[in-house]
Design a protein around this ligand. Structure first.
Ligand code: XMP
Length: 326
């Protein structure tokens, strides 16, 4: 019989067997999956684990601070924060293709972890125990959609599955790779991961980088971050966070449309709202948000975010649309 406690115990045993007395890094994003994976591996191997949070500059407003505060407070894990904004934006310069973006972001993540691994060994002065393992919060749907499942086509290279370099110097520990999101949440609660983290809405590893349709630049990130902040604040204020699975906010950076504001003509970008309801992200329906909430989000974004003069609603289910636009 499946119980969260039995599942947690089994996964902890497996991790212990795999790692032995080795040292591991956990790629922490602050989301449910990597947080639960980290908590589980910490249970298994204690201080043989170091968590690494990469600030790639593709995060939402306030996110890096939140991870530093909440997760460390809750678990007491050893956390290293890497500021890699420059590195990621440089690598992404001139790139618009979604799969290429995902692969670049995945590769840069790995480079950051390799550097962190060297730093940890160096700081400890312990050459005898290099970091051999990388923990990732990969879930079953990620495996299937990256073509790792039985016969599934490669739909997207989820950054924590596809896009790994051939010369990867870590063995992967993916304790959640056979679980669905709701199961991960149950295991997380069992392990004492706080409710706010366990019920956090999903956010993709490649972050806002795959929510800008077109090239990713610092200016575009700023526009998207401002719009996203407004949408999230209004959804939270309306008490809708638990009713929706997530609501990606997307900037159509290569599209402009004509508008009018005050006395003048504008020629700005559209922002797409993509609220979805889902059980496991394998399929999804678009959420029928109340019109007054949509109106508030639209008014505020067009008034407060420079260069955005239109807000549109995505009314596509998955399939045929995926949840993210890229
Ligand atoms: P799609 O767009 O494939 O998204 O329908 C399904 C779910 O996965 C999230 N997502 C990702 N999560 N790394 C992640 O950790 C990724 O590369 C990635 N791509 C999509 C997405 O937000 C949704 O919840």
């Amino acid at each position: 019989d499946w119980t969260p406690a039995a599942m947690a115990d089994e996964l902890i045993d497996q991790v212990r067997d795999q790692v032995g007395d080795g040292r591991a890094l956990c790629a922490l994003s602050g989301g449910v999956d990597s947080s639960v994976a980290a908590a589980l591996v910490q249970r298994a191997i204690g201080d043989q684990l170091t968590c690494v949070f990469v600030d790639h500059g593709l995060l939402r407003d306030g996110e890096a601070e939140q991870v530093k505060k909440d997760f460390v407070a809750a678990t007491g894990v050893d956390l290293v924060v890497i500021d890699a904004t420059e590195q990621f934006l440089t690598a992404l310069a001139g790139v618009s293709d979604p799969e290429q973006k995902r692969k670049i972001i995945g590769a840069q993540f790995i480079r950051c972890f390799e550097q962190a691994a060297r730093d940890i060994v160096h700081d400890r002065g312990d050459d005898q125990h290099p970091v051999k393992f990388l923990v990732q919060g990969t879930l079953y749907p990620d495996v299937v959609e990256s073509g790792g499942g039985t016969g599934a086509a490669n739909i997207k290279s989820h950054h924590n599955v596809g896009g790994l370099p051939d010369d990867l110097q870590f063995a992967l520990i993916e304790p959640l790779r056979l679980l669905f999101k709701d199961e991960v949440r149950q295991v997380g609660l069992e392990l004492g991961v706080p409710e706010e983290i366990v019920h956090r809405q999903p956010f993709p590893g490649p972050g806002l980088g795959i929510r800008i349709v077109g090239e990713v630049t610092a200016e575009r990130l700023e526009i998207l971050r401002a719009a996203d902040k407004i949408a999230r604040a209004e959804l939270t204020a309306a008490g809708l966070d638990r009713d929706i699975w997530q609501c990606p906010v997307v900037l159509l950076a290569d599209v402009r449309s004509v508008g009018v504001q005050g006395d003048g003509r504008t020629y700005g970008h559209p922002i797409v709202l993509r609220p979805v309801s889902s059980e496991d992200a394998m399929t999804a329906d678009w959420t029928r948000l109340p019109y007054d909430v949509l109106a508030r989000i639209s008014n505020r974004i067009t008034n407060e975010v420079a260069d955005v003069n239109r807000v549109v609603l995505d009314v596509t289910s998955k399939p045929p649309g995926t949840i993210e636009w890229e």
